[in-house]
Design a protein around this ligand. Structure first.
Ligand SMILES: [Zn+2]
Length: 303
């Protein structure tokens, strides 16, 4: 299966986070009833009912379909970027508190990122080719910050997995008695980034030879473990660990286990590094890892 073909201009916006010039897009001044879907993967994003004239030169919506749009801090450090939750395609930015509509939200979207389907027409099927893997490699503030940087990674969610307690809280997991590991659920597009590359970066950014420990973080919740969803992921992971085992003086203790349940972490753990850059843990533990990543793996970093 493949995503919809994009021309060079569409690619520059959707895949390279560009912006179409204001007042030039096909839907800037367009108000027919229907649905706006992602141009790359067909996921429905916005209803025409949510569209309003913000006068800014780009289509504006004050609501989106549930779970269709992800938010993250833009590379400029201040704006909130919005992307399609299925394919990771760049849509634009979201602004709150402007008082333009009752919902007080403005999704400022490039026309070229979406495609209008008239209400009289049938919506095309959603194209989904992403893969999901769950990795535990110590504190999830670290692993989330690292994997969020990578091109082809659509979504990174911190959470808990591999234990027994249902719906654990951070405090439950920190006690070390629930069997859960701090982990990240990584959704990626295998056409852009392979599982091998994800594993390469995973092993380069944590110590797979210390049992239940990463630096000063000690406990089973900080263990190193790959949770696979497919048989192929199991094989790729085991083979990769075997290949790199000679690079380490001590044996690799990383386990490769079948995935069972993943519990999303509390909201304040999300984008922790980006929101708490001056926290000493972020400055002294996470920042050096991010710097290493930027230096040694720059070809995989999204721009
Ligand atoms: Zn999409």
């Amino acid at each position: 299966m493949q995503y919809n073909k994009l021309n060079d201009f569409e690619k520059s916006v959707i895949e390279n986070k560009g912006t179409e010039p204001a007042f030039t897009g096909q839907y800037d001044n367009f108000y027919k009833p229907g649905t706006y879907i992602c141009r790359k993967c067909n996921q429905p994003l916005y209803s025409s009912k949510a569209k309003f004239d913000a006068g800014c030169g780009w289509p504006a919506y004050d609501d989106h379909f549930p779970n269709s749009v992800n938010r993250s801090i833009d590379k400029d450090g201040s704006r909130i970027e919005i992307t399609c939750s299925n394919c990771g395609g760049h849509l634009g930015h979201v602004f709150e508190g402007e008082g333009l509509t009752d919902k007080n939200v403005r999704h400022c979207v490039n026309s070229v990122s979406v495609k209008f389907v008239d209400e009289s027409e049938q919506l095309p099927p959603i194209i989904n080719i992403n893969e999901t893997i769950i990795l535990a490699g110590g504190c999830f503030w670290c692993t989330e910050a690292i994997f969020k940087q990578l091109r082809g990674v659509v979504e990174v969610t911190p959470g808990y997995t591999g234990g027994t307690l249902k719906n654990p809280t951070y405090e439950d997991v920190t006690s070390g008695n629930t069997g859960h590991a701090e982990a990240v659920q990584i959704i990626f597009d295998p056409n852009i980034i392979t599982l091998n590359t994800i594993l390469e970066i995973f092993f380069a950014t944590h110590d797979p030879t210390t049992l239940n420990r990463q630096g000063n973080d000690i406990g089973t919740q900080y263990r190193s473990e790959v949770f696979y969803i497919t048989q192929s992921q199991k094989e790729v992971s085991e083979k990769y660990i075997l290949e790199i085992s000679n690079n380490y003086t001590n044996p690799i203790v990383t386990k490769v286990s079948p995935f069972s349940e993943f519990y999303e972490a509390e909201l304040y753990h999300k984008q922790y590094y980006f929101n708490n850059k001056f926290n000493p843990y972020c400055m002294f533990v996470i920042s050096p890892k991010i710097q290493k990543l930027m230096k040694e793996y720059s070809k995989y970093i999204s721009n």
